[in-house]
Design a protein around this ligand. Structure first.
Ligand code: ADP
Ligand code: MG
Length: 251
């Protein structure tokens, strides 16, 4: 695997309030995330996990500091340029899927593809392939309200992947799912990772976090520690290692 930071930040900070002692989202954060890795972000509620993901995807503007995605700085892009960049290079999965209620699952995926690629045949073929891979093909014509939470989330992942983004970001993607639906969604992330895509996932669930190869821990908007799993360790070993590590961080 080539060593290339697909995401890099230097002294990144985001404050939501004029008084910097209050409502600090992210403080002085410098990280590098290599291409093809699966990075997990953990931390207590309010520690800045969502804020970090929103900054990295250009959904939020930093107060200070810099962000490079795929070697280009993004903070100088205007809103239109950022939107175009994001559609092309970043797939984003929200906790509550954000699918369009009156479009079918297939249409939800196609719409995201048509925004970037004018070749409808290519987009349609890719949507069908993704739905096949994520095992939702038979639900293509259903509305989001007519499928389960896990199926909606798998549709949201297909939509995030339709433009073959360099980075797949997900904010608590299994937060509202039961454990068997979570497992299925996580195995989709494993598959995306296995095919060489970079995955960045926020979760508060240690079991989900074990699917990553590195875990970053945020506290009060700061990166306090990082855990790198040994490649050969299975999920059960990782889980124990992670729990010990989280405990040492006051989780
Ligand atoms: N839009 C906002 N306006 C004001 N404060 C915010 C906003 N978004 C987040 N914050 C604050 O930033 C901190 C981090 O929030 P967040 O990133 O949502 O944490 P997490 O995802 O880890 O639960 C919290 O103190 C939160 O109240
Ligand atoms: Mg959050």
């Amino acid at each position: 695997m080539e060593h290339f930071p697909v995401i890099k930040t230097v002294s990144l900070a985001k404050s939501f309030n004029a008084d910097p002692a209050r409502n600090i989202g992210i403080k002085n954060l410098s990280i590098e995330i290599d291409k093809g890795t699966f990075t997990v972000i953990m931390g207590n509620s309010g520690s800045g996990k969502s804020t970090l993901l929103y900054l990295l995807s250009g959904l939020e503007q930093p107060s200070t500091g810099s962000i490079w995605l795929n070697g280009s700085t993004i903070q100088n892009l205007n809103e239109n340029a950022m939107t175009l960049f994001r559609r092309k290079h970043i797939g984003f999965v929200f906790q509550d899927h954000n699918l369009i209620a009156n479009l079918s699952l297939l249409e939800n995926i196609l719409v995201a593809g048509y925004l970037v690629n004018k070749d409808r045949k290519v987009v349609q073929a890719r949507a069908e392939m993704l739905m096949e891979q994520l095992e939702i093909s038979t639900l293509a014509q259903r509305l989001p309200s007519q499928v389960s939470g896990g199926e909606r989330q798998r549709c949201a992942i297909s939509r995030a992947l339709i433009n073959n983004p360099e980075i797949l970001m997900a904010d608590e993607p299994t937060g509202s799912l039961n454990s068997s639906a979570s497992e299925k969604v996580l195995s989709c992330f494993d598959e995306v990772h296995r095919t060489g895509q970079t995955v960045l996932m926020v979760t508060h669930d240690p079991k989900s976090a074990c699917h990553g190869d590195r875990v970053l821990f945020l506290k009060d908007g700061m990166l306090v520690d990082a855990l790198l799993f040994e490649k050969q360790k299975g999920l059960t070993d990782r889980h124990q290692i992670l729990l010990n590590w989280l405990q040492s961080l006051g989780w």
